[in-house]
Structures are given as C-alpha cells and as structure tokens.
Write a protein that binds this ligand. Structure first.
Ligand SMILES: [Zn+2]
Length: 78
C-alpha cells in the first residue's frame, strides 16, 4: 500500500498514512483527532516520481526558487 503525506490545518501537523490509491485523496484524521486533513501533493515530497521519469529541481538560490512553473519557458518571473 502506498504511503501518503497529509497535512492537518487545524493543528498544523504533517503526518503519513498508508492508504489504498483509491482513497488517497479522501480527507484523513490527523494523529490529534481532527478530521479533514488534506493530502499533500507528491510534488512536495523529497523525490518526485513522475511517470515519464522527468525530474525538475525544486527550489534553488535564485529568483526561480519561488517560481511554481515546472519549466522556465513558462516562468512568470523570466
Ligand atoms: Zn490535527
């Protein structure tokens, strides 16, 4: 079963949960008992596992570190 990361906005806690893929986007209960924790998109994980195998560096020490574009060709800061 895949491991997913969830974030509870009520107590600002991140936690991981083993879930079936079909339930991965359902709201989860956090370790402190709050319901409605949302899954953290996998792009924020340390390793991005794209189906195409394409990887893009996340962050950096330039102005691009705040850019949310996946490619500089679509970067609004360029
Ligand atoms: Zn919570």
């Amino acid at each position: 079963m895949p491991l997913y990361e969830y974030y509870c906005s009520q107590c600002e806690t991140k936690f991981e949960l083993l879930r079936s893929m079909s339930r991965s986007d359902d709201p989860a209960a956090c370790p402190n008992g709050h319901n409605g924790a949302q899954r953290v998109p996998s792009v924020f994980s340390a390793v991005s596992k794209g189906a195409g195998g394409e990887t893009a560096p996340i962050g950096g020490d330039s102005a691009c570190s705040t850019c949310t574009s996946s490619s500089c060709s679509t970067c609004p800061l360029a």
